[in-house]
Design a protein around this ligand. Sequence first.
Ligand SMILES: O=S(=O)(O)CCCN1CCN(CCO[C@@H]2O[C@H](CO)[C@@H](O)[C@H](O)[C@H]2O)CC1
Length: 490
Amino acid sequence: RVQTTRDDVRRFPDGFLFGTATASYQVEGGWDEDGKSENIWDYLTHTSPCTISDCSNGDIADDSYHLYKRDVEMMRELGLDFYRFSMSWSRLLPTGFPDQINEGGVNYYNNLINEMLKYNIQPMITLYHWDLPQRLQELGGWANPHVVDWFGDYARVAFEQFGDRVKYWMTINEPREVCDEGYGDVNLAPLLDSKGIGEYMCVKNLLVAHARAYHIYNDEYKSKYGGEVGIAFSARWYEPASDSEIDIQAAEDFTAFTWIKYVHPIYSETGDYPPIMKEKVAAKSAEQGFFRSRLPEFTQEEIEYVRGSSDFFGLNHYTTFLVYRNESIYDANPVPSLFDDADIGSYHHPDWEETASSWFKVVPWGFYKLLTSIRENYNNPPIFITENGFSNRGGLQDDDRVRFYRNYLSAMLDAMDEGSDVRAYAAWSLMDNFEWLSGYTERFGLYEVDYDCPERTRTPRKSAFVYKEIVRTRALDLDYEPDTDVMTID
Ligand SMILES: O=S(=O)(O)CCCN1CCN(CCO[C@@H]2O[C@H](CO)[C@@H](O)[C@H](O)[C@H]2O)CC1
């Protein structure tokens, strides 16, 4: 890469890796092509189409199933070191089990991986980015302890088929979204809304399933291939709404209940859930008449099995919330819930810049505080930023997205200057894609996708040119104004 001559720009460390991220259901399309079976998003969008805000679905999406060569060309235009994408479990294993390995699925992922490696772009594969085979959901999905075997078997097939060329693996994308939003609410498929009950079964089984895949790689593939296996946590920064002791404790509690419950079992010295969460759920369960805590316990063996089960700390970060103590949730609505268990409420400060996503406001300093807290509380683990990005309603002159990346990357460099061991950064997203229940109404792409034409034309936004320059120079020149007429491959 060319070093900029200017010396007043901030630089990234030598060897720092730049990439972009996508996910199978959000970009692939080909929902039933070449032997792929139905997953929980196919099922949701086909049985209840207008649960999605624009009544759209991922049947075609960005059609990456057919257009992956254009996708790799875009990676080359940006000069990426790696590309993070996810595998569709039901494309690889249509029954959900390894009795049938779908040749069409193996071919697609081989073609994508080989096309990337032709240009020395490293594949970083997420095994599970929310698209469970529908048949497995009907067997209980992540609430069924057998999911540990199901997921481990799927992971072994992926390692077997692609482990010779893929050196970076992530087991699961955003455990919080899978369990808290999919099983504990109606924000993501399967919309189970089992607050404080099914969502906690999901937490335990997901962590043991993650560890199963980690140990399979370590025991059976590490010596042969030498790759790394991690997990992609989603973590928000929670700032106390006031400087009162009660709100400071409320912010700590919510942090424990939303993302430390996944990090602590893996990264803490003791393993297991954070103690405050175990105590609060057990006490509330007893008060409410349950005969045991609603939070399924780990056996001592499981605690040991999960502890230390990650080679790097994958982190998806977008935003910050203000948090306050609220001890009257159950009085208002006498049903168990995570929010009641934690006794908290949260909100966005009205002055924070909006995005196209209701849950997401722009708060760069929250990224700095989050990275610093991880460094201080978990012995400064190597961190891969596996997602960070900005949503608006579209348009090529995306100065708002350019400003977002510059401010968040500056905050990240602030934490790195103080010792945070961040090794890689993946922008969410390479291109616009299916934004779950928001369909195509929220755009996250460095490249715009035209959903009105079958070619699904990808066009670089201003932010793509700015990101390309950051990758090319390994520096953050806040005054750089790109020539957005022609995108080239350097
Ligand atoms: O407003 S509501 O609370 O009623 C609906 C909440 C919907 N959730 C919010 C959290 N978001 C986490 C980030 O989700 C991540 O980031 C990207 C942008 O969302 C996604 O496209 C990626 O797939 C995902 O990894 C996933 C969707």
